[in-house]
Design a protein around this ligand. Structure first.
Ligand SMILES: [Zn+2]
Length: 274
């Protein structure tokens, strides 16, 4: 397991990339923060969500600023409505620009083998999982809140990479970005119950019982377990180790803000001609 993403600051636009992905030279990976955009309070300033009550032109400009900073053609961005399920989109050039449609289709993960086609999922505490097969040259991102974690949504994206593109899970690099940590994710019994029924006893190390009758659950830990279960090697997994709720000055956190918040994007794109 590797730890830590790389932080970049280009003209005040702060974003992260995955070091093990950067080292391949095959793709651009980007996780945005709340810094460097033009949105006004309380969505200041880098809000990438069109569904947060923000001015649409501000959200468009934020995509433009992030794209310029990260070297991504975000006018072609492929992203969908997320519904906490496990549907996977296999994106092609036909899907370019889906992120800007008012009626988006619904998928919680997206994979692609098409170069120069950035694909994204949106986040504000929910776990972002980045995937890259440097052998078959397929990449993707997945969105997993607690329901998606129990449904093993990122593992479904991995199985689509295997079945559609002939990927071997042992070649796949994975990375878990900033998301709510067990430090801040206090829940009722519904969450641990869902994890135990999905993962069995394997979930137990990631659930802590509290004296107040509630629980703390590690969604990054459970998603890591799920990636290992589907055959991804431990040394090919990178964890950011950052909690969006603890670091709410840098990241959007749904829980910290009571839902009055902007949205971050986990984006990946294969480069052309490498
Ligand atoms: Zn925390």
């Amino acid at each position: 397991m590797r730890h830590g993403f790389t932080k970049h600051n280009k003209n005040g636009v702060v974003f992260l990339s995955v070091p093990s992905f950067d080292e391949t030279g095959l793709c651009e990976s980007c996780f945005s923060t709340r810094l460097g955009g033009v949105s006004k309070a309380p969505l200041d300033s880098m809000n990438l969500g069109f569904n947060r009550g923000d001015d649409r032109l501000s959200v468009m400009e934020n995509h433009d600023l992030l794209g310029k900073a990260a070297g991504l053609p975000l006018n072609r961005l492929v992203a969908f409505s997320q519904i906490h399920e496990n549907g996977v989109c296999v994106a092609t050039s036909d899907d370019a620009g889906e992120a800007f449609l008012s009626e988006k289709r619904e998928f919680d993960s997206v994979i692609t083998a098409t170069p120069e086609l950035p694909v994204a999922t949106y986040h504000a505490d929910c776990v972002p999982v980045f995937l890259l097969d440097p052998v078959r040259r397929v990449c993707g991102v997945a969105h997993a809140g607690w329901r998606g974690t129990a449904l093993k949504t990122p593992a479904r994206a991995v199985s689509e990479m295997v079945s559609r593109f002939g990927c071997d899970a042992s070649d796949i690099l994975a990375a878990i970005g900033p998301s709510i940590g067990s430090c801040c994710f206090e829940t009722h019994s519904d969450v641990p119950d869902a994890m135990l029924s999905s993962f069995g006893d394997g979930a137990k190390p990631f659930i802590e019982s509290l004296e107040n009758g509630k629980f703390r659950v590690s969604l990054p830990g459970l998603n890591t377990l799920s990636l290992l279960e589907c055959g991804i090697h431990d040394e090919n997994i990178t964890l950011s180790d950052e909690c969006t709720c603890c670091k709410s000055d840098l990241y959007w956190s749904h829980r910290k803000t009571g839902g009055i918040r902007g949205t971050m994007a986990a984006i990946i794109m294969l480069k052309e001609g490498v």
